[in-house]
Design a protein around this ligand. Structure first.
Ligand code: ZN
Length: 296
């Protein structure tokens, strides 16, 4: 139990690096972590999850610049999700699948919240990982994972078609289809209906409340020119030929007040279906229980 929580904190610390560097096209391995304000390299005792942030009272030891509460939040969140996964699956091969799923969903959700993109550097290897980690779970599960990835793409195209033909507008971003395929690969095609239902419902409810309270349903687009200045040229990743064009399109597009990034809502719904599946199956009325959880 303690082991899972400590692992969650350490991996959460690494996810902070992923969230900061992947959208900027930087390496997540080197250089060592630096203060984003003064650039001073951090020592090992400034990198201890949560504790360093508390001891330093949320400030850099060098320049006293405030350190965002997002860092300890992501560490605690990852630890809590690791703990919940262990309670749900025990020490089984399925736990490995669940933990890797968490390690993909957390950074994708936070990157989408901040930058309105779901980087293919995370989603495409993630889809492959979901299929590969289903192999130890047996042939039926492997088939479900492959069908899940394909269904994710298919469902997206269907939703896109409905949006264009009937509502005359683009409902989803390009990255959402990769995330749906990723969720399908990890949770099997059976869980996709529940994930789409829960994410739409929760996104619509919270988005409407936000719209009433703050005048916009999603977070404000990143207005500071600083991140762009740091990375003048997007280095083309070796595996993503479509990445450059996707990025260029994203640059021109500015989220309006009624737009919400859908990735975080898909991630939340996927975690709900995975972690609360058996409970949802027991409390939901008859046709809904199997349809929304994918469990029998
Ligand atoms: Zn500093």
């Amino acid at each position: 139990m303690v082991l899972v929580v400590v692992m969650g904190l350490l991996f959460g610390s690494f996810l902070n690096v992923v969230i900061a560097r992947v959208p900027a096209g930087e390496s997540i391995v080197r250089p060592r972590s630096r203060c984003p304000h003064c650039g001073r390299q951090l020592t090992w005792y400034e990198n201890i999850p949560v504790l360093s942030w508390l001891v330093q009272r949320a400030r850099c030891r060098g320049c006293q610049a405030p350190i965002s509460w997002r860092y300890p939040l992501i560490e605690v969140l990852t630890a809590a999700l690791f703990f919940a996964c262990q309670r749900r699956f025990g020490w089984t091969p399925e736990l490995v699948l669940a933990l890797v799923f968490v390690l993909l969903l957390v950074p994708l959700a936070f990157i989408d919240l901040e930058h309105w993109i779901l980087p293919t550097e995370l989603t495409w290897p993630g889809i492959a990982a979901g299929v590969a980690l289903s192999v130890p779970l047996g042939m039926p599960r492997l088939i479900d994972a492959v069908l899940g990835a394909l269904a994710g793409f298919f469902v997206f195209w269907a939703l896109e078609w409905v949006g264009e033909k009937i509502f005359k507008k683009e409902a989803l971003g390009a990255g959402d289809k990769d995330l749906l395929a990723l969720i399908g690969a990890f949770l099997s095609w059976k869980a996709l209906l529940g994930v789409i239902f829960l994410s739409s419902l929760q996104g619509a409810v919270v988005g409407s409340v936000m719209l009433l309270l703050y005048g916009r349903a999603g977070p404000a687009p990143d207005a500071s020119p600083e991140p762009d200045a740091r990375t003048p040229a997007e280095p083309a990743p070796a595996d993503g030929a479509g990445e450059g064009t996707a990025e260029d399109e994203e640059d021109d597009w500015v989220p309006g007040p009624t737009n919400i990034p859908f990735g975080p809502w898909l991630s939340v719904a996927a975690l709900e279906v995975m972690l609360l599946g058996p409970w949802l199956r027991d409390v939901l009325p008859v046709p809904m229980d199997v349809l929304l959880t994918g469990l029998r």
